[in-house]
Design a protein around this ligand. Structure first.
Ligand SMILES: Cc1cc2nc3c(=O)[nH]c(=O)nc-3n(C[C@H](O)[C@H](O)[C@H](O)COP(=O)(O)O)c2cc1C
Length: 388
């Protein structure tokens, strides 16, 4: 174990802190509406609702996670980090381990295939970060991850799952959870045995993505296996896969009996999906979709937060994909996609987006006259503020 890494509290580096002026200022309606909504508890961590933002590499950094939190999400998950990268302690990994106080409770996901390094990395997350939960990845289908015996590879071997989770649990004080797929392929679906192995090892919750490793992201998530996992163990099961509307979330909870619902792609460029789901589950009310103006305002906030975290060059490049997601479904947005994909400067990106908005009323069928989602009052940052 590299002692230098252990001495630096990764969660407190001011360089990564999101400036206060880049916060959505008001509380969320999701927090105040609804009477005694069902809660989700993972170990001793109480979540205010059952909606979870899925870990997504290249997406779930503090900039987006904080937006998800401000939109009412009960638990946000960070993108996966390699155990070896944690132990090598490079700058980029330090950034990935940073947790803003305002994002909590937060789950930080690690992956690895080697017991010793996984345990040591978990100890770093346990002792030196602001994360509340340590999640172990058993779902990643990428060949380069599976080749090192990590990610979805474990799904073939409940004994290995038990051994690895037990080793981590024995060495940390934070709750340990697992995110898994239902199996390796159609012929090897061991979700029940694997879930039991996690529980027996002291794991405190399991997120189950209703696809096999072989499926990658194709086909449909099979929620019946989430139900089987739920019935097999008494720790919380968080269902995952193909929840793209608030109604999907409710259906999943009802069909599987799962304790929480995890949303991934449905939230890309659409954090309103998280808010609308929280509200729908709490009150049965479907909040309106955001207007184009609202989408652009949050997209710019997202970009300014990324700039504050990573600097303009990296952030603007990363924002290109997010902007294409934010713009999805907005009439006429195809027109500006090419320029967005080439843009390198924050101010120019903002100009393009504002111009797009100005042109909107002239377009037939724009959604500009929809009512705005009321709770989001964003204080737009100036470029100078954004680089604080
Ligand atoms: C861009 C992207 C990155 C992802 N990164 C991770 C990751 O780091 N760790 C993980 O466990 N799953 C990861 N996933 C899988 C998601 O967490 C989730 O299980 C999957 O997308 C299915 O949920 P959905 O249908 O709601 O998107 C990723 C998915 C996407 C689309």
């Amino acid at each position: 174990m590299n002692s230098m890494i252990r001495r630096e509290p990764m969660c407190q580096s001011p360089a990564f802190k999101i400036p206060t002026h880049l916060l959505i200022r008001t509380g969320t309606e999701a927090e105040v509406k609804g009477v005694n909504p069902p809660m989700l508890k993972i170990g001793d961590i109480e979540l205010k609702n059952r909606v979870v933002l899925a870990p997504m590499a290249g997406v779930c950094n503090p900039a987006f996670r904080l937006i998800a939190k401000e939109f009412g999400t009960g638990l946000v998950c960070a993108e996966m980090v390699s155990d070896k990268a944690i132990l090598s302690g490079n700058k980029r990994t330090h950034e990935m381990l940073f947790v803003d106080e305002r994002e909590k409770p937060l789950s930080l996901q690690i992956f690895g295939g080697d017991r010793h390094s996984l345990v040591e990395a978990a100890k770093v997350v346990d002792q030196d970060t602001n994360a509340d939960i340590i999640d172990i990845n058993m779902g990643c289908p990428a060949p380069k991850i599976n080749k090192i015996d990590a990610g979805a590879r474990w799904l073939l071997d409940p004994n290995k799952i038990n051994e690895m989770v037990a080793a981590v649990v024995a060495n940390v004080s934070k709750p340990v959870t697992v995110k898994m797929r239902i199996g390796w392929d159609h012929d090897h679906i061991y979700v029940v045995d694997n879930a039991k192995a996690v529980e027996a090892a002291g794991g405190q919750a399991i997120s189950v993505h209703g696809r096999t490793r072989e499926q990658l992201y194709t086909g449909q998530a099979d929620w019946s296996y989430i139900k089987q996992a739920k019935e097999a163990v008494s720790i919380p099961i968080i269902g995952n896969g193909d929840v793209v509307t608030p109604e999907d979330a409710k259906r999943m909870l009802e069909m599987t009996g799962c304790d929480g619902v995890m949303i991934g792609r449905g939230a890309l460029g659409n954090p309103w999906m998280l808010y609308r789901t929280v509200e729908y589950l709490n009150t049965g009310t479907l909040a309106p979709d955001p207007t184009a103006e609202e989408k652009i305002r949050i997209a710019i906030l997202h970009m300014d937060r990324l700039i504050a975290l990573k600097g303009e060059v990296v952030a603007v490049r990363e924002m290109r994909k997010h902007l294409s997601w934010y713009l999805k479904g907005l009439k006429g947005s195809a027109r500006i996609k090419d320029s967005i994909m080439e843009e390198t400067k924050r101010d120019e990106m903002v100009r393009i987006l504002h111009q797009f908005l100005e042109d909107l009323p002239h377009q037939v069928g724009s959604d500009a006259d929809h009512e705005a989602v009321p709770f989001v009052q964003v204080q737009c940052a100036t470029p100078a503020q954004a680089s604080v």
